[in-house]
Write a protein that binds this ligand. Structure first.
Ligand SMILES: Nc1ncnc2c1ncn2[C@@H]1O[C@H](COP(=O)(O)OP(=O)(O)O)[C@@H](O)[C@H]1O
Ligand SMILES: [Mg+2]
Length: 438
């Protein structure tokens, strides 16, 4: 039964309204929409249940939930992992302006450099805090380590001298002095230097032989799923040595294009890939091309029921155990890890094993679909350097800003059902895109 509002009710309502306002209640929906939009969660998903969302979408919603209401502190564990580059940039700007305390774990060097004011390095069995982002940390750490190492060298020399003295005089008239020197040696030896536990893989892509000058000619390629075209007919001519970054938000068709290309490549293509059908156009691979493919869903490339080294061996039966072990070691599979059953490999281990395969096969075209996703920062750096040094042709999907910036010579940007072909590096592309937008 309704009753009239009393004065007290009115006062209380006013009070509550104040609280709702103060807590951002009236802008809550708009704020939530701004966060979701920045993280590329479309409006059509707003009313969906969490259980109905795909993995990547769920992560973004959870991230939006953490950011919502500007909490005084944020703890984010690898927040960029499932984000495309536009979303990473958005998050980066958001966190740069964020006034609270942030503690973040990330393998994205560019992200760390732009967001962090301090870097805690967990190494040498301790945690050391440095000022600045990742690159500042590396610089400071290197100079401190080299100082400690030269001090250590001095110490070793001193110990050697003392030991020599002890050996010569411990039995004679100067044995008291020798004893005191023994104590000094003991003292010097107790401060042993802890070892770094940061492991750096070593990646080097070589080619068995070079391809012709025009390895790939794409004419009006079209692919549709259930009658819906993923992108407009796409044509491009690729010149040997070009390193092309395929960029664009999730679901814009990057994987679809790569699959449309590798299906009839000469090289190391699995049967499933050969069966991928396109709906129009032609893909012509040039003279002497040999492609190596790193699929986005790479767990399927590695069959279960064998070991890492056996799996690798089948791709080059004439390879010696030494060669295989060497490659596995380079990718941080130590002696016993080489015998790991393939079913037990983690995402990062599978990725590293596929790099072994690419190094073993020596293709002259690398087609890599999100190879950085499962890698840690050191491995991403190693891949970055290897791709820069590689003499062959590269088609690469990644959301890592630095890798795109430092490797790519050409950009294929996927947006709104179209693929834009920009013949220049990322830095120039950004300027061009900004001019186009304004
Ligand atoms: N096997 C499939 N069947 C139906 N739709 C698919 C299939 N694979 C991809 N798609 C759809 O095609 C579009 C492009 O996907 P994809 O090429 O994987 O994008 P990206 O690699 O850029 O994230 C998406 O809308 C996706 O849902
Ligand atoms: Mg993809």
């Amino acid at each position: 039964m309704a009753r009239a509002l009393t004065d007290a009710d009115g006062m209380r309502l006013g009070e509550l309204e104040g609280i709702v306002g103060e807590e951002g209640g009236y802008t809550a929906e708009a704020d939530a929409a701004r966060l979701l939009d920045g993280l590329d969660v479309p409006e059509s998903l707003y009313e969906r249940k969490m259980g109905e969302l795909q993995g990547g979408q769920k992560v973004r919603v959870l991230l939006a939930q953490a950011l919502f209401g500007s909490p005084p502190a944020l703890l984010l564990d690898e927040p960029t992992n499932h984000l495309d580059l536009d979303s990473v940039h958005w998050l980066q700007n958001y966190l740069c302006e964020y006034e609270g305390v942030l503690i973040v774990i990330s393998h994205d060097r560019h992200f760390l450099n732009s967001v962090c004011t301090h870097t805690a390095d967990i190494d040498y069995e301790t945690v050391i805090m440095y000022n600045g982002g990742y690159d500042d940390m590396v610089l400071a750490k290197t100079s401190i380590r080299s100082r400690i190492e030269s001090e250590n060298a001095q110490r070793e020399k001193k110990i050697a001298q003392l030991n020599e003295f002890i050996a010569r005089f411990s039995a004679g008239t100067r044995s008291a002095q020798a004893t005191s020197r023994k104590k000094e040696v003991e003292r010097l030896q107790t401060t042993d230097l802890a070892r770094s536990n940061i492991a750096r893989p070593f990646i080097r892509f070589q080619m068995e032989q070079a391809s012709g000058r025009h390895p790939l000619e794409i004419k009006s390629v079209v692919k549709a799923y259930d009658g819906v075209k993923v992108f407009q007919p796409f044509s491009a001519s690729v010149v040997r040595g070009e390193k092309i970054a395929l960029m664009g938000r999730n679901g814009t068709g990057k994987t679809t294009l790569l699959k449309s290309l590798v299906r009839n490549a000469t090289g190391y293509i699995d049967d499933a890939e050969k069966q991928f059908a396109i709906d129009g156009g032609t893909v012509a691979w040039g003279h002497n091309t040999l492609a190596g493919y790193f699929a986005q869903d790479h767990s399927e490339s590695i069959v279960k029921g064998t070991t890492a080294i056996e799996w690798l061996h089948q791709f080059k039966p004439q390879a010696t155990q030494e060669e295989l072990r060497g490659l596995l070691g380079q990718m941080l599979f130590s002696g016993e890890d080489a015998l790991k059953p393939t079913r037990a490999l983690s995402g990062g281990e599978s990725a590293r094993l596929i790099f072994c395969r690419l190094m073993l096969q020596k293709p002259n075209i690398l087609v890599l679909d999100e190879p950085t996703n499962h890698l840690d920062l050191e491995s991403i750096n190693a891949l970055n350097i290897a791709l820069q040094k590689y003499d062959g042709t590269v088609l690469l999907v990644t959301h890592d800003h630095d890798v795109i910036d430092e490797v790519a010579t050409r950009i294929w940007h996927f947006q709104g059902g179209r693929i834009e072909d920009f013949k220049g590096p990322y830095e120039e592309y950004l300027v061009y895109a900004q001019e186009k937008a304004s």
